[in-house]
Design a protein around this ligand. Structure first.
Ligand SMILES: Cc1cc2nc3c(=O)[nH]c(=O)nc-3n(C[C@H](O)[C@H](O)[C@H](O)COP(=O)(O)OP(=O)(O)OC[C@H]3O[C@@H](n4cnc5c(N)ncnc54)[C@H](O)[C@@H]3O)c2cc1C
Length: 645
């Protein structure tokens, strides 16, 4: 059987034309409005309370819509966004170092290896400046300089200092800002908050998204919930690899269920492997820890010159060290983008020059910075990260260089959305990491928080009105045949999972799936490897449905059952990721095909054949997925071989 077929091309019908600086203003002006009195009659479901969902729900409620918010954690403020460490970009140019909206736009299009939409990225750069004002007004305690001005630092892929931060806890502080705005609206009765509820299905009626089926994770009760529109802000799917820097709960179920109901899934193979994570230490591990990219402002990455040199780092003299990023990429040095830094780390380790157990590590060394700035200054900038590193590894990074290695971190793929952030199902909007977003084939550091908050505070609240202006839509309740069918699907699936009663844990399947994905669809992919992976995923999925053991029942809290449902969806997603990676016979950003590289080992794009977004349609599982191509046009930043040298 063919792995996929090609369908009609897809176009972004909402994308405005004209000079790029005017497009967002024009779209906002041309979009229909809903008058304040009518907003009270319209209900919006928002799934997710991270930076994207929390900011969207708070803003929509502030505007006067009735919002119903869902998350699976026990509190909205435990969303995975809380883990974000390093910072958030904005084109404020407070440093007067040559930054501008256009430069942020340029860096992001180039950083994404020319696989993102120019219009979207420009809008993101414009809105970035509003985000900082919004968050400062909320009281987010961004780092400040001695004189009181907001401080900034550098992140990869940029030569300016545009990253605003709150020590190594930027996500936490930003999320507390969004959370307090959300709580205010909950207090006012404008948001109905449903924590510990997991969306397990989308309800589509007459071609429109009209609701969701949720399971109360405490009581096990399954209910159907309705609204005039549904917003998914359910985050990324990096945990398909089992080991990743994501919170353990992150999963694909919300977007995958929507995909199965008709929403196209775009660029699933674009995965970001972050270069600075604490290396894997053994088979027992279920989670990897990020060491923020911000550390590369002051930390220098190196390995010994000689293969197999196992001397302690302090015993390796300066002239016997290879500061390989500074050597290969002199103009960006340690702050090359993540895809480039990760591959470079892999290359030196593959060449036998890696450090630490198994040779899968490189040093991130702060000795120079401590000499130059003093320990106190380093502590003030990165104290909590250093402490975290020491707690996990038992080594003091003020004294010994950190050891780091690349790990799965972020997924650029997600549900396809148009300029209005609407999916291919009318009334289903997707924000934050859950959409295929603005990052192309590689996301620059400190851009996810920017995109999530841009979507939630500024973009969606404007664009969704254009859709809601046609509402309120005809009332739907749980007796509608589509709602009954969606709910029955959820119940059947839970029954099936419990009925297998096999002899292998959910985690053991998930771990094995992750190993297949890391080996064949991770930092480097090849045709043979991807074909092998697809066969192995199919075989393992079959085994899952015969041998998985889910103890307990569905009538109450059952975390094995929750995990089993999520892993079942990961199996289906994993196959699509491999098909997408196989069909894209080029290398770009986070997608590195061994067959397509430049003579010096950089990603070799093929713009003639692949300058498009791959939007995949679900066909029922037994039929091959259908590929719809959205052509990308570059009028302002012309595609070139990316160079950070
Ligand atoms: C360790 C780490 C550090 C990072 N640091 C940075 C950084 O410094 N700068 C930066 O820009 N980016 C950073 N990122 C990336 C960034 O944190 C994420 O991309 C971003 O926070 C995602 O936000 P989100 O709102 O889209 O999703 P999330 O924060 O993941 O929120 C998802 C929400 O959806 C809910 N949900 C999901 N599925 C369901 C379901 N089926 N039913 C009900 N609810 C559901 C969850 O409960 C949660 O509330 C970092 C990522 C990691 C892992």
């Amino acid at each position: 059987m063919d792995l996929f077929t090609e369908g009609d091309p897809i176009a972004d019908a909402r994308a405005p034309q004209g000079p790029i600086e005017t497009r967002w203003d024009r779209r906002r002006f041309e979009a229909k409005l809903v008058n304040p009195a009518n907003r009270r009659k319209l209900t919006v479901i928002v799934v997710g309370t991270g930076l994207a969902g929390g900011s969207a729900a708070a803003t929509l409620a502030e505007q006067g819509y009735r919002v119903r918010s869902y998350c699976y954690q026990d509190s909205p403020r435990r969303a995975h966004s809380i883990a974000a460490q390093g910072g958030i970009n904005a084109a404020k140019n407070y440093r007067n170092d040559g930054d501008s909206v256009h430069r942020l736009f340029y860096d992001t299009v180039k950083g994404g290896d020319f696989r993102s939409r120019e219009s979207n990225v420009h809008r993101l750069a414009e809105v970035s400046v509003n985000i900082i004002d919004q968050c400062v007004a909320q009281g987010v305690p961004f780092a400040r300089e001695y004189g009181g001005l907001l401080d900034t630092r550098s992140f990869g892929g940029a030569q300016v200092q545009r990253t605003f931060y709150a020590r190594g806890q930027t996500g936490q502080q930003l999320l507390l800002g969004a959370y307090q705005a959300l709580e205010r609206q909950i207090g006012l009765g404008n948001v109905e908050m449903n924590a510990r509820h997991e969306m397990l299905e989308l309800i589509v009626v007459d071609g429109r998204a009209r609701g969701i089926v949720v399971r109360d994770l405490v009581t096990g009760e399954i209910t159907s919930e309705f609204a005039d529109a549904v917003v998914l802000a359910s985050g990324g799917y990096g945990n398909v690899f089992y080991l990743s820097t994501n919170a353990k709960g992150c999963n694909v179920t919300a977007t995958w269920r929507a995909h199965r109901r008709g929403a196209y899934f775009a660029n699933p193979c674009y995965t970001q492997i972050h270069p600075t994570c604490i290396p894997v230490s053994g088979d027992h591990q279920s989670k990897l820890t990020l060491m923020s990219e911000s550390l590369r402002n002051d930390g220098r990455v190196w390995v010994p010159n000689a293969k197999g040199d196992d001397r302690a780092p302090k015993d390796i003299p300066e002239e016997e060290r290879d500061y390989y990023l500074e050597r290969i990429y002199p103009s960006f040095g340690n702050l090359v983008p993540r895809d480039i830094a990760s591959r470079a780390a892999k290359n030196v380790c593959d060449a036998g020059r890696g450090v630490g157990p198994g040779g899968l590590g490189v040093y991130l060394d702060f000795a120079d910075a401590i000499d130059r700035l003093g320990r106190k200054a380093i502590e003030a900038k990165y104290g909590n990260l250093f402490e975290m590193y020491e707690r996990i590894t038992g080594e003091d990074p003020y004294e010994v260089p950190m050891r780091i290695y690349p790990a799965v971190h972020y997924t650029m793929g997600g549900l396809w959305v148009d300029y209005d952030l609407q999916s291919t199902i009318p009334g289903l909007f997707v924000v934050g990491e859950a959409n295929f977003s603005d990052h192309g084939a590689n996301r620059l550091g400190a851009s996810a928080l920017m995109q999530g908050l841009a979507d939630g505070y500024f973009v969606l609240p404007n664009t969704i009105a254009n859709y809601l202006a046609a509402g309120p839509f005809e009332r739907v309740d749980a007796s509608h045949p589509e709602a009954v069918a969606a709910r029955r699907d959820v119940e059947d699936r839970i029954r099936r999972l419990l009925a297998v009663d096999g002899d292998r844990t959910v985690d053991s399947f998930h771990r094995e799936l992750g190993q297949i994905m890391w080996e064949h669809c991770g930092m480097e992919r090849s045709e043979a490897g991807l074909r092998k992976a697809i066969d192995e995923i199919r075989a393992l999925r079959e085994e899952f449905w015969k041998r998985v053991r889910v103890p307990g029942d569905g009538d109450g809290l059952n975390q094995s059952l929750e995990k089993a449902g999520r892993v079942a969806d990961f199996f289906e997603l994993a196959e699509l990721m491999c098909v997408d990676a196989l069909h894209r016979e080029e290398s770009c950003g986070g997608h590195f095909r061994a067959e397509h590289q430049t003579p010096d080992g950089e990603a070799q794009r093929d713009d003639d054949r692949f300058a498009y977004v791959a939007a995949w349609e679900y066909t029922g599982g037994d039929e091959p997925a259908v590929l719809h191509k959205e052509d990308l046009k570059f009028e302002y930043v012309h595609p070139t071989q990316r160079s950070y040298k």
